[in-house]
Design a protein around this ligand. Structure first.
Ligand SMILES: Cc1cc2nc3c(=O)[nH]c(=O)nc-3n(C[C@H](O)[C@H](O)[C@H](O)COP(=O)(O)OP(=O)(O)OC[C@H]3O[C@@H](n4cnc5c(N)ncnc54)[C@H](O)[C@@H]3O)c2cc1C
Length: 127
């Protein structure tokens, strides 16, 4: 089930083609979309729903590609973004990513509390 570009060929439900009992998520999949850290999370939601559906003999959910978002931060204050074909500069990029590189939302997603960032934590490195 390896596609010509070397990714794992998946069907609409993110099952590896030819292996109905194996799902794949993330960059490794053949889904045609921007490869970003957001996509594995979106894939995982569909896979979770489909595993539950399989247990209940219910209908599987097809994955729909998420909107195209590319965020390139330069330090904590600057950067450029492209969202659905529109370009944005420093301030939106800083607010969306630069201020903490999305680490706070990752901690929240994991049900954890972001620790306070102090100079001692950084051991002298700039945040
Ligand atoms: C240099 C670089 C810079 C990037 N910068 C950006 C950016 O600025 N913005 C952005 O949106 N995206 C960026 N990306 C893309 C982003 O990092 C990926 O889209 C995202 O990490 C994909 O997540 P993933 O979970 O699918 O794969 P990964 O994050 O690659 O996770 C796969 C995991 O599987 C593990 N693994 C591999 N093989 C095995 C094995 N056989 N057994 C067990 N474990 C295994 C790996 O060690 C790894 O931990 C960048 C990617 C690269 C390479």
């Amino acid at each position: 089930s390896i596609s010509p570009n070397g990714t794992l060929d998946v069907d609409d439900y993110l099952r590896v083609k030819g292996h109905d009992n194996i799902y794949a998520v993330g960059d490794v999949t053949s889904v045609e979309e921007e490869k970003t850290p957001c996509t594995p999370n979106e894939h995982a939601k569909v896979v979770k729903a489909n595993l539950i559906a399989e247990c209940n003999n219910a209908t599987l959910t097809a994955y729909k590609a998420v909107m195209e978002v590319v965020l390139v931060s330069v330090g904590s204050e600057a950067g450029v973004s492209q969202i659905c074909g529109m370009q944005f500069g420093n301030f939106p990029t800083k607010m969306a990513k630069g201020k903490d590189r999305n680490s706070s939302s990752t901690w929240t997603d994991l049900g954890l509390q972001l620790p306070a960032i102090t100079p001692e934590v950084c051991q002298g490195s700039k945040v």
